[in-house]
Design a protein around this ligand. Structure first.
Ligand code: UDP
Length: 366
């Protein structure tokens, strides 16, 4: 079978790794397309290298233009490749413009689309990612839902049950394969100690492009940094916005570093006392690696971790953030105990294998 995988950003490269491996293991013909949505070394190549993924067959250099123009460019650049390669199926992951553009280009050529991480919803239609997710679900023939909750979301949107498959999330495979490689080298490099710092990541457009929200979040971080060391691998887009709004003074007491590679990221998450983030992937990784998480948003797609009491929503307001931290610190040992009950939150190992088996059964039997 010829299987085309389209990725474009850091989280897609990471989460598709076990699926790329499984495709090759099962001797299918893999066509690997990278749209170039994330293009610099620290946002793309470092993950391809660290996760031992083969180089993309096609690297499209889509530009970081407005959302719609970027999606249009991705559709236009995928179209000739898909026409020439004519794969049996196209796989996309998550909620990016690359995933949506790739799905539309495939659907227009009548190629079946498989969506990995289907059905997770924030129910906030102002989020560009939410629009992408909903549209991809409608296009996809195979919606690979990571959790029961995601499956229910798809059913509620009227996606037919024959197009929904409960598989678990490939991040579980990624972390199972890599867990023995998480060491503490990065802590020595940064001169920090286990469980003596909070890890910070912020990159969602709704937080960093809104001056007032970014101001509130950074104000909270500035206050917290009087009491505890904050380590902040700063996303290039966030750095740009902080400079644009003239907020760099807030970072004076914070250990602000460039973004890190995947092994270092996992080590920083695992060894942090707390993680403060607006990232979807990091919420999941913190839950699996056993670190309490504070999510700097009003809602999350990963409600499972909120329900288990290991992830806490604060929104962007400075007061709410600091109040939640005080609460979490007060109940820290009780929260830690809850992680044992959170096992299997995003499914169990073997998601990539389950997804490939479904594709083989469904497509080869047609
Ligand atoms: N990550 C990384 N280095 C960093 C920050 C994040 O390797 O400096 C990883 C992180 O461990 C997670 C993924 O990038 O696996 C999350 O990507 P991002 O936050 O950009 O996207 P989201 O998950 O919010 O879609």
């Amino acid at each position: 079978m010829k299987i085309c995988v389209i990725v474009g950003t850091r989280p897609e490269i990471i989460k598709m790794q076990p699926i790329l491996f499984e495709i090759k293991k099962r001797n299918h013909n893999l066509i690997f397309v990278h749209t170039g949505q994330h293009y610099d070394f620290m946002m793309s190549d470092i993950f391809i290298n660290e996760l031992k993924i083969s180089r993309p067959d096609y690297f499209l250099k889509v530009k970081t233009l407005s959302q719609s123009i970027q999606i249009a460019e991705i559709i236009a650049s995928c179209d000739p490749i898909l026409k020439a390669e004519n794969p049996d199926i196209v796989l996309v992951q998550g909620d990016t413009n690359s995933a949506l553009g790739g799905s539309i280009a495939s659907a227009k050529l009548d190629l079946p689309v498989g969506h990995v991480e289907a059905g997770c919803r924030s129910f906030d239609r102002h989020m560009p990612e939410e629009i992408n997710r909903v549209l991809i679900a409608d296009i996809a023939t195979f919606n690979f839902a990571p959790t029961e909750n995601c499956m229910i979301n798809l059913q509620r949107e009227g996606i037919k049950s024959e197009n929904i498959f409960l598989t678990g999330h490939p991040i579980v495979d990624v972390l199972s394969n890599i867990s023995n490689k998480i060491d503490t080298t990065v802590l020595y490099k940064l001169g920090i100690n286990q469980k003596k710092y909070y890890l910070i990541t912020i990159h969602r457009r709704e937080n960093i492009e809104n001056k007032e929200k970014l101001n509130e979040i950074l104000k909270a971080l500035d206050l917290i940094s009087d009491k505890v060391l904050l380590v902040f691998p700063c996303h290039p887009h966030t750095e740009l916005q902080i400079n644009k709004f003239g907020f760099s003074n807030y970072l004076k007491k914070i250990k602000t570093i460039k973004t890190v590679g995947y092994h270092e990221s996992l080590s920083l998450i695992q060894n942090a006392r707390l993680v403060l983030t607006d990232s979807g992937g990091i919420q999941q990784e913190a839950a699996i690696l056993g670190t309490p998480c504070i999510t700097l948003r009003n809602e999350t797609e990963w409600v499972e971790s909120i329900e288990k009491g290991i992830n806490f929503l604060t929104g962007h307001e400075s007061n709410n953030i600091t109040k939640t931290i005080t609460e979490v610190e007060k109940n820290y040992s009780t929260i830690q105990e809850k992680f044992t009950l959170a096992e299997g939150l995003f499914g169990h190992q073997g998601t990539a294998c389950r997804i490939l088996k479904i594709i083989e059964q469904e497509l080869l039997c047609r």
